[in-house]
Structure formats: structure tokens, C-alpha cells
Write a protein that binds this ligand. Structure first.
Ligand code: KG4
Ligand code: ZN
Length: 344
């Protein structure tokens, strides 16, 4: 059994957690920064980085105190080393390096996407490799075959916006507030998903890639038409995203016949409509469906500590020269999606 301290600071959540390799979460805390970013309607990287500097040390002290442990008790220190907003990533990674240096404990530099990718295993002991993963967050929208720790095959990615980004931008267009995903989901509850005809980009195409930029533009046109209530546009938008995710994931299922389960992770996996539709898809293919609890979908440090524990036990520790990386694809061999922008 190993005990890992995890640190997460790649976007606007400052988080620390203590997780054991037997899946016990001894303590975990997430400090959001919504009030700092709300006036700007989105995450301001510089403000986020400064907030991590102020919040993180106290948060680490809190999780240690809560678990009644000292730094000397942990086996390794794991921190997100990318991808993400580089200022924030540096705060968490350098904090972990300082602690590793002072305590003589090994450092594990964790890819934030690997944190999301392995998170479903933390709460589901029955989940086994290989599985098909839909990773849907604010920065990414990918389908991955997860073959093992550090072993990922990217089957598809978005050629423009990530799904969470589309939620956030649509929320802003509709004046629903920040953060956008939960705001759109809440508004959609009192809307009609058939009220507005919106496109389903790439649905039916052979490669399982995603595209959401056109959908966002269609939301803007619907709003400007003055014909619809914001709730109806939100519900129609959410339904369009769900339809795209289901169609593209169905395509990917056929490419990974060896998959033991259909798994969803990342912030958008907190969405009930998304979870419901994917449950139906998995059922239709005779696959178990696995989704982490809501708190584990959005950014947190328990998933970083857990990925750190699996990497540590596989002998994958890092030197104190480990780089902070703004971009860091999980599958470096993946081909660029046709028409893709610069996203990893
Ligand atoms: O995984 P995450 O916390 O951070 C990234 O790594 O990006 O994902 C954040 C994204 C945001 O775009 C947020 O709007 C979206 O996940 N999100 C949701 C919901 N909760 C968070 N999207 C739709 N429905 C939700 N309930
Ligand atoms: Zn994330």
C-alpha cells in the first residue's frame, strides 16, 4: 500500500488530496476561484496563477491535518505537470518539487488528462483495462483506448472547440453565467430540447472526431433571432451536444472490440443528460457503463494522487527537472485530426 499526496492547479481549481493505492481517499479539498473570475466571464490565467500561489500551501496543510498525517508519512508527491494554463501548472509543480526536495520523497509528474482517464478506477474496483474512454472537459474532447497506465491510443479528438468550451461559450452567449456547463444544464431543465433546430456537426462521418464551433455559432443565431427563450436554446444545445457525443462514441466502440467497458470522465461527464445518453449507448452494445461520481468528474487532486499512485507503483517517478507543459498529448503518436487546429 502506498500513500500519495496529490496537487492540482492546471486551471481555476486549486486542489490537494491524500489517496492510498488501496483506493482510500484520506482527505481531499478543492478550492474553486469562481468569484475571482466571474466578473470576466471566463478564467483569467494570470488571476488563476496568483490565486494558486495564495491558496495551495494552506490547502496542503489542511489535507494533512484532516488525515492526521505528516509529509514524512507519504510515499510520493504527485502534481499535475500539464497540460493546462502554464502559470498555474508551474505553481503546483514547483510546490511539489520544493516538498519533494525538502522531504526526500519522490516526485510524480502527472499528465492532467491521465488523471481524468484513470479517475473512474478510483471509485470502481471492477473496472479493468482496456476500456474505451470519452474524455470530455473544458479543454479536451477525445475518445481514447485506455490499455494501461501510461498506455493510451487516441481514436478521435475535436477539430475545433472542446465540449466543455462549447457549454461555457454558449452559456456566455445566453447570459446564463459562469461556470457555463452547470448553468446550461440548470437552464435546460426548464427548456424544450426540440424547440430550436441546431446542427449536429460531423454526425455520421466515418472518423469518430468531434466539432462544436458551428453549434456555438448556431446558438448565437438563435439568440439573435429573438424567437426563443434562453431555456429552450440551452435545452436544444445540450441535446445537440449529447447527440454528437453518442454518435461519435458509437463509432469508436466498433474500433475497440476488446474494451471491457464504456467510460466517461472530465467535467462534462458531470452532466446528467450526457450520463443518461451514454448509459443507453453502453446498454445497446452490451457494455458496462462507468462514470465517476460528480465531484471526481470536475478538476480535483484525488484523481492526480490516484494516477500518481498507479505510476509510482509502476516505477514511473520523475526527476526534479520535470518540465511544466502547456501542451502534453496523452498519445504522442496520434495523427492530427483532419481540419484540426492546434489543439493536442
Ligand atoms: O475537467 P474540468 O473540471 O476542467 C478541465 O480539465 O477542463 O472540466 C471543466 C469543464 C467546463 O467547461 C465546464 O463548463 C464543464 O466541464 N462542466 C459541465 C458540467 N459541469 C462542468 N458541462 C456540462 N454540464 C455540467 N454539469
Ligand atoms: Zn480537467
Amino acid at each position: 500500500m502506498t500513500l500519495i499526496l496529490g496537487i492540482e492547479s492546471s486551471c481555476d481549481e486549486t486542489a490537494a488530496a491524500l489517496v492510498a493505492s488501496d483506493r482510500r481517499i484520506l482527505a481531499h479539498r478543492v478550492a474553486g476561484q469562481e468569484t475571482a473570475h466571474r466578473p470576466f466571464g471566463g478564467v483569467v490565467p494570470e488571476i488563476a496563477a496568483r490565486a494558486h500561489v495564495e491558496i495551495l500551501p494552506g490547502l496542503i496543510e489542511q489535507v494533512l491535518a484532516e488525515a492526521d498525517l505528516r509529509l514524512a508519512d507519504v510515499d510520493a508527491i504527485a502534481a499535475t505537470a500539464g497540460p493546462g494554463l502554464i502559470g498555474g501548472v508551474m505553481v503546483g509543480l514547483v510546490t511539489a518539487k520544493g516538498m519533494a526536495l525538502a522531504s526526500g520523497k519522490p516526485l510524480v509528474a502527472v499528465n492532467h488528462l491521465e488523471g481524468h482517464a484513470l479517475s473512474p478506477m478510483l471509485t470502481d474496483p471492477d473496472l479493468a483495462f482496456p476500456y474505451l474512454l470519452l474524455l470530455v472537459s473544458g479543454g479536451h474532447c477525445q475518445l481514447l483506448a485506455v490499455d494501461g497506465v501510461g498506455r493510451y491510443r487516441r481514436l478521435a479528438t475535436t477539430i475545433d472547440d472542446a465540449a466543455g468550451e462549447a457549454f461555457d461559450k454558449s452559456a456566455k452567449l445566453l447570459g446564463l453565467g459562469f461556470p457555463g456547463g452547470p448553468a446550461v444544464e440548470a437552464a435546460a431543465r426548464s427548456g424544450d430540447p426540440r424547440a430550436v433546430k441546431l446542427p449536429r456537426p460531423l454526425v455520421g462521418s466515418a472518423e469518430p472526431h468531434f466539432s462544436f464551433a458551428g453549434l456555438k455559432s448556431a446558438v448565437l443565431r438563435a439568440r439573435d433571432s429573438g424567437l426563443y427563450r434562453a431555456e429552450d436554446i440551452a435545452a436544444s444545445f445540450q441535446q445537440a451536444v449529447v447527440d454528437c457525443l453518442v454518435d461519435r462514441t458509437a463509432r469508436a466502440i466498433l474500433r475497440v472490440p476488446e474494451a471491457t467497458a464504456l467510460v466517461v470522465a472530465g467535467g462534462v461527464a458531470a452532466n446528467q443528460a450526457v450520463r443518461g445518453a451514454l448509459t443507453g449507448l453502453a446498454d445497446a452494445h452490451g457494455l458496462p457503463f462507468v462514470a465517476p461520481p460528480l465531484w471526481l468528474c470536475t478538476d480535483n487532486a484525488a484523481m492526480i494522487a490516484w494516477a500518481g499512485a498507479l505510476r509510482f507503483e509502476a516505477g514511473l517517478t520523475d526527476g526534479l527537472d520535470a518540465p511544466a507543459r502547456a501542451r502534453w498529448p496523452l498519445d504522442p503518436d496520434a495523427e492530427k485530426a483532419r481540419g484540426a487546429g492546434v489543439k493536442a
